[in-house]
Design a protein around this ligand. Structure first.
Ligand code: SF4
Length: 343
């Protein structure tokens, strides 16, 4: 398989080019071009032709790592890029605008093996992991599409990041490196469905990235119904691991909690959630369910959403109610890819 130039750490080019007999300053020039970003090796005008030829021979074309195949738009300006990888597989990258920031939501795998009930990607099954370069290339494609460097990167696209731990953490390092994309670590969020060993490993990485955990239910019975991962790592173990993570890193954990009408939105659910999170340094993002054809649940009424939030806040749980930014057609996780596969 031909590697992508983005699979290498920015700092490793010095050694590679030295092995090729290039002058030491060429590595910095090349790295500057790579993350400018630049569409091709041929465009790297201050590099000698022989070096450009060698790069072209040994690595994929720069836009060949992830080529824009299709672009969709949701009703609030959310842009979705369907990217074709070198082996013909596709991944989805989403750009979410807010007033001041551009957040890019990247995928970490082609498909996903975790089968969360509400997720279209889970329904597609798992195909393969993405490489560091394929993850980084998503942020670069998004940058070209929106005409500016993303401010935030969230690993909330297709796939479970901790099921592809090494490549995801390597990609975070490139996204964060001053000679990579230079995106602040605190502006990079890794989101997991609750893979306990991944949380434990991340605690020891010395990264300042944010950790987000999809919780979605306050009891094992409810959570296992939505997320089979809960049978492997039930709530007690998950929450204890998060507590240890906050202790080791001195960082908080964000819990995502999708509110589903008459499923996990009652006052008893709010009480159970408060009990579960008692004493933990955390924040809860409440997300009204975005109904899809893959999941029969309904969005709770606004009064229920507000009541749930108020209960948590009264119990001193830091809570936000997230306005949906993907409510339009093709908006749910994985749907753009599904349409392409089926259409
Ligand atoms: S929500 Fe995430 S972990 Fe769950 S099936 Fe979808 S992509 Fe996989």
């Amino acid at each position: 398989m031909i590697p992508s130039a983005y699979d290498l750490a920015p700092d490793s080019w010095a050694e590679r080019l030295a092995e090729w007999g290039e002058k030491p300053f060429r590595a910095a020039q090349l790295v500057q071009w790579l993350y400018a970003p630049t569409a091709s090796f041929a465009a790297m005008s201050n590099l000698p032709a022989s070096l450009r030829d060698r790069l072209s021979a040994e690595f994929l074309d720069l836009d060949g790592t992830a080529k824009v195949e299709d672009e969709g738009m949701a009703d609030v300006g959310t842009r979705k890029l369907l990217l074709r990888l070198h082996d013909g597989q596709c991944v989805e990258t989403v750009v979410i605008p807010s007033r001041e920031r551009r957040t890019v939501c990247v995928s970490s795998q082609v498909g996903c093996a975790f089968h969360c009930a509400f997720c279209a990607s889970g329904a597609m099954g798992f195909t393969r992991n993405l490489s560091r370069g394929e993850i980084v290339a998503q942020a670069l494609r998004a940058e070209i599409a929106i005409g500016r460097r993303p401010d935030n990167v969230v690993f909330m696209g297709i796939g479970e990041p901790f099921a592809n731990y090494d490549e995801v953490v390597a990609a975070v390092r490139t996204l964060n490196a001053p000679n990579g994309l230079g995106i602040g670590a605190r502006r990079i969020t890794i989101s997991t469905c609750g893979v306990v060993p991944g949380i434990q490993r991340l605690a020891g990485e010395g990264l300042q990235a944010e950790l987000s955990v999809s919780l979605h239910a306050p009891t094992d019975a409810q959570r296992s119904e939505l997320m089979p991962v809960n049978r492997r790592w039930p709530l007690e173990q998950l929450i204890a691991t998060c507590a240890e993570y906050t202790r080791q890193t001195d960082r908080i954990v964000t819990f995502e909690y999708t509110l589903v009408r008459d499923f996990n939105d009652s006052p008893a659910d709010a009480r159970a959630l408060v009990r579960l999170l008692r004493g933990l340094k955390c924040r809860v993002n409440l997300i009204p369910l975005n109904p899809t054809e893959h999941f029969p649940g309904q969005t709770p009424p606004l009064s229920t959403l507000r009541g749930f939030q108020a209960f948590l806040q009264d119990a001193h749980v830091n809570t936000t109610l997230r306005v949906s930014r993907g409510g339009g057609m093709d908006a749910a996780c994985g749907q753009l890819r599904l349409r392409r596969l089926h259409g």
